[in-house]
Design a binder for this molecule. Structure first.
Ligand code: NAD
Length: 344
């Protein structure tokens, strides 16, 4: 089986070579992202393997289908970059639903601690033998209220970590997790109460039409003054312009972003020698209370191994057993895990 692997980074290859080699799956690596201009590179391949910033829109799906490519194997959980409706009946879409919720949840807490204890400032100061403490005053997380939007795999691990710090949790989810609400330290509520009472808000829901800009000007208006916003989920959950205005007006006390709405042409690449064209991102990064990492929350050794193992297994199951439990299917107007094996 031959698979065109797009948006290849050096850290991808060792794990995919290991698991692909064991299972007889040959990867053809391309550094370029998949888009309408590069889809032809998949000629002669049975599948393409793509990541979060590859484009799998209608034009790409049609081209892949014409080339005889049967499968789009996402090496990530989110599928917001795939036109699932258009894919139905043309290409099968497989994903990796979970590879390490710990990786993302721990990175979220790392960002929060960095921000509220000013570690990013202290690190640079001490490198310059500047041991002054002025301006480094933080606040205790103990006793604070964290609002968690999305209580799936990652959200729940993050809640556990926050509980370890003695924080109280207000949770919001369209489909609440049974048994999570203890009526006391972890409580489901609506978005209005979550916005009004949270000292910290962390986003762990997928990007959908419903959640697009879930944090916008109106939402920030409802928040506490000084709220700390964490986004390690998907960039477009946050209206970046509204966030920048919130930072400028001091409504938002700090923001930690591992994702950004317009990240696809910037993140994962070294842009240090280039003029930054995105004024909003440049302005956000220039703020002392904004920390940006470039979609790195997933990047642990454990997650990389799990991603490769599951992706290779997905491909094997699909092509050899005619059934893959991680196939996504657009049917009846929503995308769900395919309930009955192959979805068409
Ligand atoms: P999950 O599917 O286990 O959980 C998502 C939760 O969001 C579910 O409980 C679901 O009911 C809830 N949800 C769905 N629609 C909602 C809505 N309209 N409002 C509120 N909640 C809603 O997914 P997960 O594994 O926990 O991952 C969460 C997100 O994290 C992914 O969608 C992905 O975007 C992001 N992610 C980021 C990285 C990274 O490196 N930064 C890595 C992996 C995943």
């Amino acid at each position: 089986m031959k698979v065109a692997f797009f948006d290849t980074k050096p850290y991808d290859k060792p794990s995919f070579e290991e698991f692909g080699g064991k299972q007889g799956v040959t990867f053809k690596y391309f550094e370029t992202k998949l888009n309408e201009d590069t889809a032809d590179l998949a000629r002669g391949c049975d599948a393409v393997c793509v990541f979060v910033n590859d484009t799998v829109d209608a034009a790409v799906i049609d081209r892949l289908s014409e080339l005889g490519v049967k499968v789009v194997a996402l090496r990530c959980a989110g599928f917001n970059n795939v036109d699932m409706k258009h894919a139905y009946g043309k290409v099968h879409v497989l994903h990796v639903p979970a590879y390490s919720p710990y990786a993302v949840a721990e990175h979220t807490m790392a960002l929060l601690l960095t921000s509220v204890r000013r570690i990013h400032k202290a690190y640079i100061r001490s490198k310059d033998f500047n041991f002054s403490l002025s301006g480094l005053t933080g606040f205790d997380l103990y006793g604070k209220t964290v609002g968690v939007i999305g209580t799936g795999r990652i959200g729940r691990v993050f809640i556990d970590i926050c509980r370890g710090f003695g924080m109280n949790v207000l949770a919001y989810d369209k489909f609440p997790a049974p048994g999570l609400d203890n009526g006391d330290t972890v409580r489901y509520t609506d978005l209005d109460e979550l916005f009004a009472k949270s000292d910290i808000i962390s986003l762990h829901c997928p990007l959908t039409d419903e959640t697009h800009h879930i944090i916008d000007e109106a939402a920030l208006e409802k928040c506490k003054r000084g709220v700390v916003l964490l986004n390690t989920s998907r960039g477009a959950l946050v209206d970046a312009e509204a966030l920048l205005n919130g930072i400028k007006s001091r409504k938002v006390g700090a923001a930690c972003l591992d994702v950004y709405e317009e990240e696809s042409d910037l993140f994962f690449e070294d842009n240090s020698g280039h003029i930054m064209e995105d004024d909003t991102l440049a302005r956000l990064i220039s703020m002392p209370n904004v920390i940006v990492t470039s979609h790195q929350a997933f990047l642990t050794e454990e997650a990389l191994m799990n991603i490769a193992e599951t992706t290779v297994q997905n491909l094997k199951d699909f092509f050899e057993k005619n059934r893959c439990e991680n196939e996504l299917c657009w049917r009846g107007g929503t995308t769900e895990t395919c309930r009955d094996g192959k979805c068409f």
